[in-house]
Write a protein that binds this ligand. Structure first.
Ligand code: AMP
Ligand code: MG
Length: 498
């Protein structure tokens, strides 16, 4: 390891070209800060695919120096760590100032093929925004975030990525004593709706404008062009964010994914899935499913996610109002969500059904299958995979076997087979087999890996990661992850506690 600097932390050179795009916003947006050391860290999980994306030599994910860096005990040479300030609406209520209470942005790096990516440590200790928290993340929630980030990416759902998880035996107290972990996560930006709400609520129009300009310049340059011809760049930004959010939520819905905590501070300005907490991929299909045991009202139930996203966009619109000027213009910018979302969802559901074109009756076919699945609480991933295998040539019986009400199932299957008969079988089957995953990060799979990890055996995390990174492959390694959930799965309770 290199010699400690005057700051007291070693500064090893990981061979990355660091900048800090976010820091260019100015000091009002963050506090420069070092991570708090984590005693005797160990590796819990690593994603070589993300290392490659970053242009980071994979060997750092096995080295003692890498371990020190990704547990917050050393800072990569060239990084400028900081915690950012934001605010937000939590469970529909204005929560005031929040911020990176346990995350540190190390900076951004130029990558070989993915542009500039930001790297954050989550669980790296207290910050000025920790409020009542301890600045730490527990092993269980860190493993869940790590696995889900990579699972979502492999499913083609926009998301932050995760490079690794490191752990320590240092105790962290939640409902019971647990142990600490740090997730290293990666995204082009971690700017949230809540960043905009923060400066808007304070009446700091200059900072609000600087933030919006920053986001437009780096991520939505087309909004500037739109403004040159027809008005307001900030209204155009709101519309662009709405469209990306519509696309993201449509993908969540089609995948049977529940985010669990769609507070405005957990909504990415880039339309990425971020801040994995009590998320769940549904087992048996229940549209009203609530995955977060702290969500007593069901605000973030699966079937409410599209409306909640719109509600959150409305908050963003309100925050941008000083820049947009006219309320009508802000409302007009939000309007396209109402058509973009259902259109995106229909497109995703068509893919699941193997439909390579659009026909007038498709909506009915989609609604019909969802009603059928809901009526029987049919296992969502297994139904879609079995249907895909049937279209690829397998017998229909495994699909029919999923339904107690065979008559209802047969009626829908008949209309499906009529519809799909107009599409070349091979094309439909290919589409379905690469849309409907064989392996999904079900709660019990994560739980098994976590239980093993608590006993200091991290092989389960790594095996599951490999399966989740190739979710459409039916390999011998993935077979154990593709079955029905065991009975105990329904008793797993995941709350906001992380
Ligand atoms: P979340 O719901 O996990 O996105 O967290 C909401 C807010 O609480 C964010 O500002 C987090 O940074 C902060 N927070 C959550 N857990 C902790 C913790 N253990 N220590 C400090 N801040 C936390
Ligand atoms: Mg959050």
């Amino acid at each position: 390891m290199n010699q400690p600097t005057h700051e007291g932390l070693a500064r090893p050179d990981l061979g990355l070209r660091w900048r800090n795009r976010f820091a260019t916003l100015g000091s009002g947006f963050f506090t420069p800060l070092r991570p708090q050391p984590l005693p005797d860290p160990y590796w819990v999980g690593t994603s070589p695919a993300v290392a490659r994306e970053l242009g980071l030599d994979e060997s750092w994910l096995q080295s003692p120096v890498g371990l020190e860096v990704f547990s917050g005990n050393a800072l990569p040479a060239g990084s400028q760590p900081l915690a950012s300030v934001y605010s937000g609406h939590q469970f529909g209520v204005w929560a005031g100032q929040l911020g990176d209470g346990r995350a540190l942005l190390l900076g951004s790096v130029d990558t070989p093929g993915a542009g500039e990516l930001e790297i954050q440590l989550k669980g790296s200790g207290l910050t000025p925004y920790s409020r009542m928290g301890d600045g730490r993340a527990v092993l269980r929630s860190s493993i869940r975030e790590f696995l889900c980030s990579e699972a979502m990416h492999a499913l083609g759902i926009p998301t932050s990525r995760a490079l690794c998880v490191t752990g320590s035996d240092a105790p962290v107290y939640r409902e019971t004593a647990e142990t600490a972990a740090v997730v290293t996560r990666v995204a082009p930006s971690f700017i949230r709706f809540g960043h905009f709400e923060h400066f808007s609520a304070r009446g700091d129009e200059e900072a609000l404008r600087a933030l919006a300009d920053h986001v437009i310049d780096h991520f939505y340059p087309q909004c500037r062009e739109a403004a040159a011809s027809e008005g307001n760049a900030y209204a155009s930004l709101l519309e662009a964010v709405s469209r990306r959010t519509a696309d993201m939520v449509a993908r969540w819905q089609a995948a049977g994914f529940c985010h669990g905590v769609m507070n405005t501070d957990n909504m990415s300005i880039l339309g990425l899935t971020i801040d994995y907490g009590p998320f769940q991929f549904m087992d048996g299909f229940d549209p009203a499913h609530i995955c977060n045991h702290s969500d007593h009202q069901g605000r973030y139930a699966w079937n409410r996610q599209p409306n909640i996203a719109y509600w959150n966009l409305f908050c963003l619109g309100q925050a941008l109002l000083p820049l947009i000027g006219e309320q009508e213009q802000a409302l007009a910018a939000l309007e396209p969500y109402k058509t973009a979302f259902p259109r995106a969802l229909e497109a995703r559901m068509r893919e699941k059904l193997g439909l390579t074109d659009a026909q007038p009756g498709d909506r009915e076919l989609i609604d019909g299958v969802l009603r059928l699945l809901a009526a029987g609480r049919v296992d969502y991933p297994i139904f879609w995979r079995r249907l895909s295998r049937h279209v690829a040539g397998d017998s229909l019986e495994p699909v029919r076997d999923l339904f107690a009400d065979r008559d209802a199932a047969d009626a829908w299957l008949l209309s499906f087979s009529e519809r799909i008969s107009h599409i070349p079988r091979g094309l439909a089957a290919d589409l379905m087999l690469k849309t409907n995953p064989h392996v999904v990060l079900r709660n019990h799979l994560g739980e098994q890996a976590i239980r093993q990890a608590k006993l200091r055996d991290f092989s389960g995390v790594q095996h599951l990661l490999q399966a989740l990174q190739a979710p459409f492959d039916e390999s011998p390694q993935s077979a154990g992850f593709a079955g029905f959930p065991p009975d105990w799965a329904s008793s797993i309770e995941i709350s906001c506690s992380s």
